[in-house]
Design a binder for this molecule. Structure first.
Ligand SMILES: [Zn+2]
Length: 538
């Protein structure tokens, strides 16, 4: 809809209008860097300047009806179930989304093809996309499941992680938003995910869970030349008598963070607080003051997250919450959190569990392909391993070097530790950038606060046109009429990973999985009992 219409210009806002303050959509749009606004009354809708409307479930009926009226005149709507103007659709067909149902893990209803098919219809001059799911329950979920990761040689390695494969949800939603702009002949714009013109960042992570000292030292020697991109997290109960290793890591220039005191997260706040504070005490005694927290294994609990918020942590990373993706502020107990979640790639160094040598041809090809895929997709290279556990990365320093050298062989991959990246990401989130498109001159321009107080000079905006052309543009450039394409930086398109690609979670039929629930439950009860005993025995 035009917000300025004169003889020479017709500028359209490239933003999304959110018709209900849904925390999951806000978390999602902010992470993607898509400019959005909201309305709280029917009148305001009529004065909107956005190009795409999102109707989360629960959007008031009167607001939804106003949107339908605008769609008739050409607006584009993205509707969650129960908000779509089903009766008015006059042209229904299905556009297949990037994954077929066998691989869309996390949307468990395999017989329901809607899980990966998005209904699209015409409503007068406008287009309506009907999402087959509501974003919020998927985005907020912290349910756990065993998921299988494609290693690339026909083998699968399982990990315990978030039951909802949120990266697949993200890819579907982002694809629909993009199509909603493209169908109106508009470019899709969003704040780029990395500083400057970099296509990715490398943040290598060590989860120090305890083990032979020599393994840790070996790992440390391997990462030393890459210290600017390495962060290590200590499970401090294993290091009370090995604080020299914490000091050595810090002296090598690594960022030091907390991996909790006990290698577990409890289902109660009080015990979590004991564990978290004790880890801080141990790290403090080695003169380290963690700003980041990595949750042990697949454990997580909302009470832990609230403690991290209270104690001022910048970021956390938990496989129970998410894996593979861009950082975001998660929705916890219905509210957007203050601690940035940084989703890591889920497969570290568990290859020997599936009888694959840790430093062999298969694992090297796996990491090489994974890094290449992430580079093509413009995804961060968040890769991790265990420095000291027997048989893990500390005993395969050649593999560690191979991973780091492969990632750094790309000149536009920026090495960054997690803490500075988290700080940069927070500034990126705070900086509002609104894009507009001048229809007559085909120029893209920006309205932002940074010209008034430059806060983030290396923030770029990615601009993708419906014909596939992709650019990076500097939103700080003063161009009231917008930038022509030749004043933007050409940027090769991002390639959406295929469902069967290396490192993707692939669907495995439940009957092919050996029954394990009963012994797992018994083992888990014993594990919690032992952990509580350790905490309270004295
Ligand atoms: Zn661990």
């Amino acid at each position: 809809m035009p917000n300025k219409n004169s003889k020479n210009t017709l500028q359209l806002d490239l933003s999304v209008l959110l018709l209900k303050m849904d925390p999951a959509w806000i978390s999602f749009l902010d992470a993607e860097g898509i400019s959005w606004a909201t309305v709280n009354s029917d009148d305001l809708i009529k004065n909107h300047t956005a190009s795409v409307f999102v109707l989360p479930k629960g959007t008031p009926k009167s607001i939804a009806e106003n949107c339908y009226a605008l769609a008739l005149k050409g607006a584009c709507l993205i509707c969650e179930p129960d908000t779509e103007p089903v009766m008015h659709l006059d042209e229904i067909h299905y556009c297949k989304m990037p994954y077929d149902d066998q691989n869309f893990c996390g949307l468990e209803d395999k017989n329901n093809s809607r899980a990966i098919r998005v209904k699209r219809g015409k409503l007068g001059q406008g287009t309506v996309f009907c999402l087959p799911f509501c974003l919020r329950p998927l985005w907020e979920s912290w349910g756990r499941a065993r998921r299988f990761v494609n290693v690339g040689n026909g083998q699968l390695i399982y990990e315990e992680m978030s039951a909802i494969v949120k990266k697949n949800v993200r890819r579907v939603v982002i694809e629909i938003i993009k199509q909603a702009f493209f169908r109106q002949g508009l470019p899709f714009t969003h704040k780029w995910y990395f500083p400057g013109k970099n296509r990715s960042v490398l943040c290598f992570r060590g989860d120090a869970d305890g083990g032979p000292k020599e393994n840790f030292k070996c790992w440390l020697d391997a990462v030393r030349p890459f210290s600017t991109s390495t962060s290590v997290f200590f499970c401090t109960s294993k290091y009370t008598h090995k604080k020299d290793l914490i000091v050595a890591a810090a002296n090598a220039g690594l960022e030091v963070g907390s991996h909790n005191h006990w290698h577990i997260v409890f289902p109660d706040r009080f015990t979590n607080s004991k564990s978290l504070i004790r880890a801080e005490t141990v790290l403090n005694s080695a003169d380290q003051h963690p700003t980041g927290f990595v949750a042990p294994a697949f454990f997580w609990h909302p009470s832990l997250y609230h403690l991290l918020e209270q104690r001022g942590y910048l970021y956390a990373s938990s496989f129970r919450v998410n894996h593979d993706g861009i950082p975001y502020f998660p929705v916890v107990n219905g509210r957007i959190g203050k601690v940035l979640e940084i989703p890591y790639h889920c497969l570290g160094d568990r290859f020997p569990v599936s009888n694959i040598p840790l430093d062999g041809e298969i694992s090297r090809r796996f990491f090489e392909t994974l890094i290449k895929k992430k580079y093509s997709a413009g995804e961060p290279m968040f890769l991790y391993g265990h420095p000291d556990i027997k048989g893990r990365m500390g005993t395969s320093p050649e593999l560690v070097r191979f991973i780091l050298e492969t990632a750094m062989s790309y000149s536009d991959v920026k090495p960054l530790q997690l803490s500075p990246y988290a700080k940069w990401w927070r500034q990126r989130t705070d900086l509002k950038v609104e894009s507009f498109y001048d229809v007559k001159s085909s120029r893209v321009g920006f309205r932002n606060e940074s010209r008034l107080s430059p806060k983030l000079p290396d923030l770029m905006v990615r601009v993708e046109f419906p014909n596939g052309e992709s650019y990076l543009a500097d939103p700080n450039l003063y161009a009231p009429k917008g930038l022509p394409r030749d004043e933007m930086v050409t940027f090769s398109p991002l390639y959406l990973p295929n469902a069967y690609d290396v490192g993707e979670v692939v669907y495995k039929r439940p009957d092919l999985i050996t029954p394990w629930h009963s012994w797992r439950n018994r083992r888990m009860i014993r594990r919690f009992a032992e952990a509580y005993w350790q905490v309270y025995r004295s």
